[in-house]
Design a protein around this ligand. Structure first.
Ligand code: CP
Length: 313
């Protein structure tokens, strides 16, 4: 049993093996259709989700496992039951894996200490969203034809992560993973959205403006302005944010011809990205979604059974 809490904990070797395993699964999904037969996975997503929930449920079914649903709005959490009591109760059902999303940073690690099942972090507050980073890297590797058996498959690539870095679990997981894969990473955003102390993070650069660095990027990852996490108080207005940091149609023309655009979703069209740019040829946004099932199948398999022999060899 392996918990999947953060990219930092996974480290470069396991992260790369997960990407290689995702490739194998995507090539031959039928080979893994019974891998988790007889196992059950609790989808314990307490914060809203479309992509992560749907793809984890699809991945669970694609591996032959049973999905156990949990609806926070109609659960006894809404009657004031604590997370501890909820988790202790759910632990009695003997599930083999738990996919957790929660608004508190550190909640996934805490739940892993309370449950006997493998815990997979599907986003904990502003801490990490490891499976999002894995599917982002998988999508880039697929697009670039990167050899994931290399020590630094993204060597020579420059990736900009643009937006509210302080509140973004996607940025945190991606910064760790992209650095492990050898990419040059530039964190881009207003000073109010970039932590003043980034000394614990892997090597990276910071730019408080997008325009001076946009023509250096091989990939640009736009982050959502998370109004529910108070991103709004860090910027004068959505209009001003778009003017300086939004990927507008005008700015898209400044990208390298072969640069690609990512966004974890959901997107605020017309704020961090213009609608025409989100849907343009450079955009890999829907590819990220379609790749997510293979990546999450690899993660569920690793969490519950470990890697198959073909990945060890
Ligand atoms: N990227 C992501 O986590 O999307 P959802 O919130 O829709 O799951």
């Amino acid at each position: 049993m392996n918990h999947v809490i953060s990219i930092r904990d996974l480290g470069p070797e396991t992260s790369k093996k997960l990407l290689q395993f995702s490739q194998l699964i995507q090539k031959n999904p039928a080979n893994y259709s019974q891998s988790l037969k007889g196992k059950s996975i609790l989808q314990f997503l307490i914060e809203s989700s479309t992509r992560t929930r749907t793809s984890f449920e699809s991945a669970t079914r694609a591996l032959g496992a049973t999905s156990v649903g949990f609806s926070s709005g109609t659960s006894s959490l809404s009657k004031g039951e604590s997370l501890f009591d909820t988790v202790q109760t759910l632990n009695q059902y003997g599930v083999h894996g738990v996919v957790i999303r929660h608004s508190y940073s550190g909640s996934a690690k805490q739940v892993a200490q309370w449950m006997s099942a493998a815990v997979i972090n599907a986003g904990d507050g502003s801490h990490e969203h490891p499976t999002q980073a894995l599917l982002d890297a998988f999508t880039l590797a697929q697009h670039w034809g990167s050899d994931l058996s290399q020590k630094a498959p993204f060597q020579g690539k420059c990736i900009g992560i643009v937006g509210d870095i302080s509140n973004s679990r996607v940025a945190r997981s991606n910064l760790h993973l992209l650095s492990m894969l050898g990419a040059r990473v530039i964190l881009i955003g207003p000073a109010s959205m970039i932590p003043s102390d980034l000394s614990l993070f892997p090597k990276h650069e910071v730019s408080y403006l997008l325009d001076p660095v946009i023509n250096q990027l091989d990939a640009i990852m736009m982050l959502r302005i998370q109004f529910e996490r108070n991103s709004g108080i860090s910027i004068p207005s959505a209009k001003e944010y778009r003017a300086f940091w939004g990927l507008t149609l005008e700015r898209e023309k400044k990208l390298k011809p072969h640069a690609v655009i990512l966004h974890p979703g959901p997107i605020n069209r017309g704020i961090e990205i213009d609608p025409e740019v989100a849907d343009c040829k450079k955009s890999l946004i829907l590819k990220q979604v379609s790749n997510s099932v293979a990546v999450r199948m690899a993660v569920l398999h690793y969490a519950i059974l470990g890697f198959p022999a073909e990945i060890h060899s």
